[in-house]
Design a protein around this ligand. Sequence first.
Ligand SMILES: Cc1cc2nc3c(=O)[nH]c(=O)nc-3n(C[C@H](O)[C@H](O)[C@H](O)COP(=O)(O)O)c2cc1C
Length: 370
Amino acid sequence: MTFCVPPLSGKDEVPRKQGVKSRLASLGQNLTREVNDMVKIDQVELGEFPLLLAPMEDVSDPPFRALCKVQGCDMMYTEFISVEGLIRDAHKSVQKLDIYEEERPIGIQIFGAEIDSMRRAAEIVEEAQPEVLDINYGCPVKKVVCKMAGAGILQDIDRMVKLTDAIVKSTNLPVTVKTRLGWDDKTMFIEEVAERLQDVGIKALSIHGRTRKQMYKGEADWTLIGKIKENPRIHIPIFGNGDIDSPQKAKLYRERYGVDGIMIGRASIGYPWIFREIKHYFATGEILPPPTVEERVAAARQHLNHSIEWKGLKLGVLEMRRHYTNYFRGFPHIKPYRKELVTVHDPAVLHNVLDQIQERYSMHEQTTLV
Ligand SMILES: Cc1cc2nc3c(=O)[nH]c(=O)nc-3n(C[C@H](O)[C@H](O)[C@H](O)COP(=O)(O)O)c2cc1C
């Protein structure tokens, strides 16, 4: 099965890259930390300051990733894949291995707890030929952590290091890790974790600035992420993650914590334009206007079409339901349209509702939606 990511249209094009130092200097800003011109995960070149799409279960599937790619996302990850599911050939797990040429570079993310299963899953992942194999040590969900998978392993750093070592040795792919600051506020060992995981050969580390105990509550704290960047022993890229939802915040955190790139999750859901907005702001210091109603409707339409293509009619329509609210967030009196979008099964009717949204809200765009 193929679906193509359309080429960048003139309108969507992200500004041509220039040296980070000269770009920031031209904006009259001082970078207090050293900035490398090119961020690389092993041999995979990601540009000067990559924006990464966070792995998100039920969200970062191929239809959604295609939308983010067009908007300038530099690297993305699949939804997390259970290694136990993979080695048992479970359909849901295997389907998540689907990756497309247009979305490269991409990392396939796995989670699990047992060395043997992880090794076998790594072999399966290697056959799918992603650029990177990513290990999830950050998922806070109870049924995952109670098996010592995901963030569960933050309770036993020795075990985490041993497991990672085994995976690195068992695959030819560059291995990266995504994790949290620690299990709770008394065990925020991320600085030690970064050194030890680097020592066993991981090629990049993404850190969500919360503990497992916090789940998604409170504000992400990037202080320790910044400290890791100050550690002269650390030479792998460190990607900051947590609560980036605007170009201004991306710039502030980039400068304050000196990270090599930023990983964005929730702010991209129903709003893939976040990538182009951040890129544009970095390059010019200007805030782009928000996407038009036409762009939002076109994105929802493409998302729906690709979901059906990738998951089949029934599931494609059903699973698209969780996304409509986000595409049309803030639209006044959207409720009746949304209600139809989340109850109708026939794609033709769904497209008709999208037509109606476009017609109604385009008229009010200049006044109501600003
Ligand atoms: C719906 C949803 C699904 C997620 N699934 C995953 C996952 O599969 N793997 C993972 O490492 N993190 C997962 N996360 C965590 C995100 O990757 C990210 O670390 C977190 O949302 C914080 O970043 P943000 O503030 O930019 O959203 C998920 C988050 C959300 C909201």
